[in-house]
Design a protein around this ligand. Structure first.
Ligand code: COA
Length: 179
């Protein structure tokens, strides 16, 4: 099993999601709902029971080697500021995803968390390539992809479901060997 070890960056601690995070994560989702809703179907009607179920599913997915979700915690305050993670896509690739709590965006935290996962992924998961997709109109997320060094591949071949319906998205990838 991939070790359940927290990662540290200058401002953040990335803690593998556990049931103990469910309440704080639920509050972060409630506080961020207007910003999350367009992109995240689970932001439609968040509730604590659903949050507990999602945390349990994250723990199971980590144990099974499928998904590796980290709670983004501010080191100086211990405040829960979002989630960043990787979903395995076969042996050699994984998909990066992230969200950051409203009121804490625009200061580089998604990029900082993403960088930590990019550094962690090859050794921990044995992957050589990361993928990412972002809503075509999700300019902040697309900018994070660029800042992390992802190359724009083109339109995503399917339309993801957000909280307000499906949306067009763009596909990105990062070669971890030649960068
Ligand atoms: C997208 C998201 C994760 C960004 O988090 P963040 O911590 O603010 O990201 P960073 O501060 O590292 O970088 C954001 C960049 O986007 C830019 N940006 C923000 N809003 C923008 C907009 N409307 N148009 C263009 N650029 C924008 C910021 O200026 C910054 O770029 P810069 O450093 O060059 O100035 C956060 O806004 C979020 O959680 N949104 C809702 C959920 C979501 O969309 N998740 C991604 C799903 S793919």
């Amino acid at each position: 099993m991939v070790p359940l070890v927290p990662l540290e960056t200058e401002r953040l601690r990335l803690e593998p999601v556990s049931g103990g995070h469910a309440e704080a994560l639920h509050q972060a989702v409630i506080d961020s709902r207007p910003e999350l809703l367009q992109w995240m179907p689970w932001a439609r009607s968040p509730n604590l029971e659903g949050g507990r179920g999602a945390a349990a599913e994250s723990e199971a997915a980590w144990r099974d080697g499928r998904e590796f979700h980290f709670v983004v915690v501010e080191r100086s305050t211990d405040e829960v500021l979002g989630v960043a993670g990787l979903n395995r896509e076969g042996e050699s690739a994984a998909e990066l995803h992230y969200w950051i709590r409203s009121g804490h965006t625009g200061v580089g935290l998604a990029t900082e968390a993403g960088r930590a996962l990019i550094k962690w992924a090859p050794g921990a998961l044995g992957v050589s390539r990361l993928t990412l997709w972002a809503g075509r109109e999700n300019h902040a997320s697309r900018r994070v992809a660029e800042k992390l060094g992802f190359a724009h591949v083109g339109p995503l071949g399917w339309r993801p479901e957000g909280g307000l319906g499906q949306f067009d998205a763009e596909s990105y990838e990062l070669d971890l060997i030649n960068t």
